[in-house]
Design a protein around this ligand. Structure first.
Ligand SMILES: [Zn+2]
Length: 273
């Protein structure tokens, strides 16, 4: 996003949440408002340079959705927030409410998920999760289910669970949070639970041999139960599965996400071979 457009994403255009603006209503008419301070928390999705010395840090907050904040002076004095605002870090924040963007004044790390940073596949999986979260989260909108899923995914990668399996399950479950879950236990076209051996992205999931919509692909033995299992799996206990099966599951899930969220997953390189 071009820097010039950042300030146009102004919270004032959206009815503010009571929690966010409670200080404003305390103001005595005719006096200069003190700078309001508020507490929030979130997981860092990404950050980028802003002006000469600042960074915009984008986070997902469980109760306030996508937050765009400014970390001032971080590019001049690198040690001010250290690595506390790196992507995939869960933080508690103290913020000044600025005119356009809230300003970060204090950061407390709740979890840095260091284990996921030890492998390239872990980092790529986390990047794809963050990209999807960034794409679907809205500003000033409670995102508890999405936040919990994102945190579970990062914790699972941090604990050394297999990145492709974790990411595939995360993507299927993120679709569910968005109300876009693929049909994985019955034909998406006719509803039968027999002869489910094909997948159609456009039809919305698994389809039967009788329906076979145009563009559907035949599935390898074992793929249907794998997809259904991953969509319901506890991310904390995901184990590795057959490499051909998980590669197919990732491939189908990726196409489904890209089709139904209408976006390319630019960070997704794990399992692509
Ligand atoms: Zn059918």
């Amino acid at each position: 996003m071009p820097v010039t457009s950042i300030c146009s994403v102004k919270r004032g255009t959206v009815p503010p949440a009571t929690e966010r603006r409670r200080h404003v209503s305390d103001r005595t008419p005719g006096t200069v408002a003190p700078m309001a301070i508020r507490h929030d928390s979130g997981i860092v999705l990404r950050s980028y340079a802003f002006g000469e010395a600042d960074r915009i840090v984008v986070l997902l907050s469980p109760h306030n959705g996508k937050l765009r904040t400014v970390a001032k002076g971080v590019r001049k004095t690198k040690s001010r927030f250290g690595g506390r605002l790196e992507p995939f870090t869960e933080v508690g924040l103290v913020l000044y409410e600025g005119r356009n963007l809230d300003i970060v004044t204090q950061v407390e790390v709740r979890s840095a998920f260091p284990g996921l940073r030890r492998s390239l596949d872990g980092l790529h999986a986390a990047s794809t999760m963050a990209e999807v979260v960034d794409g679907v989260a809205q500003e000033e909108e409670s995102s508890v289910a999405l936040f919990d899923l994102f945190r579970s995914g990062l914790a699972s990668l941090d604990a050394g669970r297999p990145p492709i399996e974790v990411l595939t399950a995360f993507l299927l479950q993120a679709l569910g949070v968005q109300g876009l879950a693929p049909s994985l236990r019955m034909c998406a076209s006719c509803g039968t639970s027999d002869h489910l051996d094909r997948f159609s992205v456009a039809s919305g999931g698994i389809v039967c041999g009788d329906c076979r919509p145009e563009g559907s692909v035949r599935l390898r033995q074992g793929l249907v139960p794998l997809l259904a299992g991953l969509a319901d799996a506890d991310l904390a206990t995901i184990d590795p599965v057959d490499s051909d099966l998980i590669r197919d599951a990732m491939w189908l899930t990726r196409r489904f996400v890209e089709f139904h969220l209408d976006r390319r997953l630019l960070s997704l390189v794990v399992g692509e071979s």
